[in-house]
Design a protein around this ligand. Sequence first.
Ligand SMILES: Cc1ncc(COP(=O)(O)O)c(C=O)c1O
Length: 476
Amino acid sequence: MNDLLDIADAERLTEDQVHALYRRFVSRSQVSLVGAFGFGHDRVESAEGCWITLRDGRRILDFTGGIGVLNHGHNHPRILAARRNFAEQRRMEVHKNYLSPYVAALSHNLARLLPGDLDVSYFPNSGAEAVEGAVKLAYKYHAGRRGTVLHTDISFHGKLLGAGSLTASPELHFDYPRIPGTDYFGYGDLDSFALALDRHRAIDGGSDVYAVVLEPLSASSLRECSGEFLREVRRLCTEQDIVLVFDEVYTGWGRTGALFHFMHHPGLVPDVVTMSKSFGGGKASIAGYVAREPVFRRAYDNLQDATLHSTTYYGFGEETATALEAVAVAVEDDYPGRARKLGAVLEAGLRDIAVRHPALVASTAGSGALHGVFLKAGPASLDRLVPLLPAALGRDPRLRTKLITGAVIAALYRDHGVLTFFGSNHGLPLIVAPPLVAEEPEAETFLRALDEVLGQGAVRLLGRLAGELAAGRLRP
Ligand SMILES: Cc1ncc(COP(=O)(O)O)c(C=O)c1O
């Protein structure tokens, strides 16, 4: 076999070669979807902070925040140095036979940073694994005697079978088998929550619910639970001995103006909090759950159960060392404060933009440096574009909102070199989430670009999109 490609070969591939290899060996549809936008035809040379440099030298302002991963921006120098040191010292990656000093230190630091007795940590690789670990912990806490886990009607907890069972996002539009015993309540709706608890009474009058899984701020739809709601959920869960899991996979590490979003509410402590994304400083694929000590002890703290829940790659050396540095940077550089500062500029600017473009903008929402712009669905005449689309997309009931939001994203990139994306949950907002290393001038650049693009008006924006679709860029 001498036709295998090496790293240098991969880095030399042209855009056409990457497309051809993807079409043949990865996913043709992925090429079609990404290829419908300008960025699907560009090759990235390097990335630093909130800027991406393309092969042809163009610079792109990245306002996606790497879908939650890039609070530290691309290739933060302290994160790079931590990883370089780890490799140069030939530190050991796999720790199964030895206890890991990095896991020990990282768990200690999380316990110091989180309130109450949120003290015991576990470090898998993805957000969905963290959520599933938390739900398994809750089930074991009740020794399998309770059978119901509650989630919300707009939840997003990941795409594995377990986390997907707790996800109510329209993004998961195909019904895979679900884990047994799931039910849901209305996001932020106390009456709906109380009804859900009532539906799952045990025969002895106690509760059959072992866990409630909840995003205090739903990053994909930009909706937020009130403090009153969260505190009442906490009270009811305590009263009925239900393990309360806050999913902060997206909202952690300063993004919304507090280290974790629930920490906007002093004294509020879940039984388990999940985290990932920027926990790895934009480099390491690491996630975590942190449990209250008594919950963890009762679930797993005996010799027989000590390894009941694990995966091969949990707590690997370089990943946990990187997370140690990522956490240090987030704390020392005051990422919550940076998010609040950026947020003030973005919030005022977006509010102004909503006023200036009432025909296009329905509303804006957000917290700290995580905002969403909800665009109006667009005129019925948009349905004329449907024959230009692959059949499956044409049947999407949210198609008009997707088209207008997609047209804005395409124009921001094409005309202004600004990279954005949209949330795929209920509402489909254009997500505004700069890395927290961004400064005010970058926020202003983004706002000016969005203002200009919306100023083009729906007809022109969609006309340009239609032209690209007619040219056959969105092939099935
Ligand atoms: C709130 C929340 N939970 C869980 C997940 C799943 O994380 P992952 O994609 O790493 O499995 C996500 C991913 O976006 C998320 O936003």
